[in-house]
Design a protein around this ligand. Structure first.
Ligand code: COA
Length: 176
């Protein structure tokens, strides 16, 4: 396992980094996807807990958190980013060189519920793959709990079962 700081990830035109100051915004995104927390059987995180997560990510040079923006004019969200004025449709949290050197792992991709099943998840995974290609050999997705929909989602995108860390976690993987 390497401890080197990875190369900067190519920025996306459809996202911006989420910092600890964005805790309330990320919390709004979580509140717009309550079924996810039911599926993984944890209470909806508080703003303070979200801030703690963002702070942990901020201190980890291999971990990246992003607010995801509507990629086209047909996609509308009422969660507005005060920094850019853009509409926020989801949140992404991933880590490089994890679990092994040369890997990348998506800890969480979350699309707000009113906009799910419209191709946005696919769009943001394709976008992340393009940005990481050449830097990451294998991209993994970690799936908590009994999240069958997420399993189907990652399988549809070409990921296959890789690591069983039951009872809490499954990892799906794809070679880039
Ligand atoms: C999982 C998630 C990210 C998928 O994003 P999405 O925007 O809803 O998915 P897409 O519309 O891009 O769908 C892509 C594929 O996933 C599958 N899929 C999407 N919605 C589905 C549903 N309701 N039931 C079954 N399969 C589904 C389909 O195979 C779809 O392929 P298609 O576009 O050819 O039909 C989204 O549902 C979500 O945020 N869920 C809550 C958080 C979560 O569970 N994240 C996954 C763990 S990292």
């Amino acid at each position: 396992m390497t401890t080197d700081v990875p190369n900067a990830v190519v920025p996306s035109e459809f996202s911006r980094p989420a910092n600890p100051e964005d805790a309330e915004l990320v919390h709004k995104v979580y509140c717009a996807a309550p079924r996810y927390f039911e599926i993984i059987s944890i209470p909806d995180p508080s703003v303070i807990e979200v801030r703690g997560e963002l702070e942990a990510a901020f201190l980890d040079k291999r971990r990246f958190t992003e607010l995801l923006f509507a990629p086209d004019q047909d996609t509308c969200s009422d969660i507005i980013d005060p920094q850019t004025g853009r509409q926020i449709v989801g949140y992404l949290d991933y880590k490089l060189d994890y679990p092994d050197a040369g890997d990348g792992t998506v800890n969480l991709l979350l699309i707000i519920e009113s906009l799910q099943s419209k191709g946005l998840g696919r769009h943001f995974v394709n976008n992340l793959e393009s940005r990481l290609r050449g830097q990451v050999k294998r991209l993994l997705a970690s799936i908590y709990g009994q999240n069958h929909r997420a399993e189907r989602f990652w399988k549809t995108l070409g990921y296959s079962f890789a690591i069983d860390a039951k009872p809490v976690l499954d990892w799906y993987a794809k070679t880039l």
